[in-house]
Design a protein around this ligand. Structure first.
Ligand SMILES: [Zn+2]
Length: 179
């Protein structure tokens, strides 16, 4: 691997990269595709169905989704942007970067998303159900937004408590490393 493809690994809250606006990808090249493939590996290792590049320490506008369990193709979306939203639906979400945290989140029921695929082709997709939810969750990551920011009011306290615990345990771990 060259200097453009650093070793990627799962990043967990409260890592600051999770709050950053990810940058637009200018060229879809070999190193980028390699990084996307690494994202799939990391996602599978952690039993996820979607992952955004900031979650592996790469602040670029790339996401991967594998919802074959829901009869969907596998997606690599580069520079994705939602161009239309319709309806509203609420369901429970979790996130590989927020272990043990779950909450009800309202999302658009259907979205139209424009993106560049791994061949560098411009594409448009109409998505609904789980796929629409996954796309919205992962695009949020590219904007530094976590599902925890969007949980229903009734669960906000519990989720915030869980986040404090995650931050505290990260602090403990870094202390142990320093020792
Ligand atoms: Zn997530």
């Amino acid at each position: 691997m060259g200097k453009d493809t650093p070793k990627l690994s799962l990043v967990v809250y409260p890592a600051s990269i999770l709050r950053k606006q990810a940058t637009i990808v200018k060229t879809v090249d070999g190193p980028l595709i390699k990084a996307a493939d690494a994202m799939f590996s990391i996602m599978y290792e952690n039993h996820g169905v979607g992952l955004a590049a900031p979650q592996v320490g790469m602040s670029k506008r790339v996401l991967v989704i594998d919802l074959r369990q829901d009869d969907q193709p596998i997606y690599v979306m580069i520079n994705p942007r939602i161009t239309k939203r319709e309806g509203e639906t609420e369901a429970e979400e979790g996130c590989l970067s927020l272990p043990e945290v779950f909450g009800q989140v309202k999302r658009a029921e259907r979205v139209e998303v424009a993106y560049v695929d791994r061949e560098g082709e411009e594409r448009t997709l109409l998505a609904e159900g789980l796929l629409a939810r996954a796309i919205q969750h992962e695009i949020d990551h590219l904007n530094g937004v976590l599902f925890a920011d969007r949980v229903a009011e009734a669960q906000k306290k519990l989720v915030d408590q869980k986040l404090r615990e995650l931050a505290e345990s990260a602090k403990q771990k870094s202390k142990e490393h320093a020792r």
